[in-house]
Design a protein around this ligand. Structure first.
Ligand code: URP
Ligand code: ZN
Ligand code: ZN
Length: 483
């Protein structure tokens, strides 16, 4: 007898959307087919769509920002909120601040997650101090232990690496088989424009979008692409916001470069106009890069639909709308002093389902690829996660495609206190969520406990493996270093 049978649902498998039952034993999918026998728990999914649980591979949880502000969500509230939105795996960051020992950083974040997470999690690193010892000794150990990706920044004074350091990091990633996620913005453009604006008295949140000009993003994206191509080491450009940045990535891909792209809800559903609110209200919409204009929104849609951008993450970077978060100086906070980042871990999938699948823009299969499967492939979790197939973890979300709700922060499960999507009409919500066959969410109730989530060691990211194969086959001519 199965531990769990989910019957009569429309199930998104790798072969497409099919009417099938799912049998689960010991947390793993063991049978797919019609007329399966009842399980200890037997769920009738008639009228529902059964999808792999989402993977959110870009979220900042219980992490200090570059400016030293703690996120509103810890591992308990963030993973709880993720689960209510149909996500069953998160990959947040173990963030190394300058001077910190990478091994200690990983130990500290691991303890927090182990005690509090209600769903499974992996980790990326943030590398802000790529010393010789970090790159040569600590990084290989961490990669061997299953943290096979890391984020580097081209902006933020306390995180940013210069191009020389970026090359060191890319070289190490190439040697040890890790994926490098790059935050692409030109720091000096932002710094220079910011100084001019503040000197002239322009402090309102809307000037955040002026200081973070799209050219700062596209120039840095081009530079990151160039550094990646120089060493033939793949990169993933994270949180792509602007039309030009999408074009730079697409151009690099058409030249055969191993460049991947990610975008997020804020770049599909918000624009810089949302930041233009009375007082400091616009701070609720400030992240970096900022939301841009309708042409960029369209470019991001096209990028996601046309495979230029492979993953759709939340970049959940939640700060409360008060002195502990967004507004260190209350109403007098300038755009430069605001904490950057938006919450989105719970609404990431419902927003895309509503505006993508339910409008007919996107197939269910594409939705699953962008929100789950591609993340698993990108970060070495496939096929354990991100897919409904025999042998995979039974991470499953049952979606009611017709359920309508008006978004209110009060109905979400984070600890942020606001949502930038307040008042939006969203159609299509997950109503039951399972992690490794265990019920996590049903009927608006959380059934999982802090500590139920397991650490997921990530394997070699698939794009790296592909790159190596192509190098061996001579598809890519190595010009400078053997990686
Ligand atoms: O504004 C943002 N995105 N804040 C979070 C940190 C980052 O750069 O991803
Ligand atoms: Zn970033
Ligand atoms: Zn981020």
């Amino acid at each position: 007898m199965f531990d769990l049978t989910i019957r009569n649902g429309k199930v998104c498998t790798e072969e497409g959307v099919v009417q099938t039952d799912i049998g689960v034993t010991d947390g793993v999918i063991v049978a797919l087919g019609t007329g399966l026998p009842a399980g200890h728990k037997d769920v009738d999914a008639s009228g529902l769509i059964v999808l792999p649980g989402g993977i959110d591979s870009h979220c900042h949880i219980e992490q200090l920002s570059g400016m030293g502000v703690m996120t509103a969500d810890d591992f308990q509230t963030a993973t709880r909120s993720a689960a209510f939105g149909g996500t069953t795996t998160v990959i947040p960051f173990a963030a190394q601040r300058r001077g910190e020992n990478l091994l200690q950083v990983v130990e500290d974040y691991s303890r927090l997650a182990r005690e509090k997470a209600v769903i499974d999690y992996g980790f990326h690193l943030i590398l802000s101090d790529p010393t010789e010892q970090t790159l040569a000794e600590h990084l290989p150990r961490v990669i061997k232990d299953g943290i096979t990706s890391f984020k580097v920044y081209m902006t933020y004074e306390s995180w940013k690496l210069d191009d020389f350091q970026l090359l060191d990091v890319l070289h190490a990633a190439g040697r040890h088989g890790a994926m490098v996620m790059v935050h692409c913005e030109n720091n000096d453009i932002i710094r220079w424009v910011t100084r001019r604006l503040l000197n002239d008295g322009y402090t309102h949140p809307k000037y955040h979008a002026v200081a973070h000009d799209p050219l700062a993003e596209s120039e840095a994206t081009y530079r990151a692409v160039a550094l990646s191509r120089l060493l033939s080491v793949p990169i993933l450009v994270v949180h792509v916001a602007g039309l030009e940045a999408v074009r730079v990535i697409h151009a690099a891909q058409t030249m055969g470069a191993h460049i991947y792209g990610e975008s997020c809800p804020q770049y599909l559903f918000l624009t810089a106009d949302d930041i233009d609110q009375p007082g400091v209200e616009g701070a609720k919409f400030c992240c970096s890069p900022p939301p841009r204009d309708s042409a960029s929104q369209q470019a991001v849609w096209d990028g996601l639909l046309g495979d230029t951008l492979q993953v759709f993450s939340s970049d959940h970077a939640p700060y409360r709308f008060d002195e502990t978060g967004k507004l260190p100086h209350g109403e007098a906070t300038t755009f430069k002093q605001m904490a950057n980042g938006l919450p989105g871990i719970e609404l990431r999938m419902p927003l895309l389902f509503s505006e993508g699948v339910n409008t007919g823009r996107m197939s269910i299969e594409k939705f699953v690829a962008l929100t789950a499967t591609n993340h698993a492939v990108m970060y070495g979790l496939y096929p354990r996660k991100g897919v409904i197939r025999i042998g995979s973890d039974a991470d499953l979300a049952l979606w009611d495609p017709a359920l309508k709700k008006t978004v209110r922060w009060e109905m979400l499960h984070d600890a942020v206190g606001y949502t930038p999507y307040e008042g939006r009409e969203v159609t299509g919500w997950p109503i039951a969520v399972f992690s490794r066959g265990r019920l996590v969410v049903e009927g608006g109730v959380l059934h999982a406990q802090p500590g139920d989530g397991q650490f997921l060691p990530c394997g070699e990211p698939a794009p790296i493996a592909r790159n190596k194969k192509e190098i061996q086959q001579g598809v890519i001519v190595k010009k400078i270093f053997a990686v």
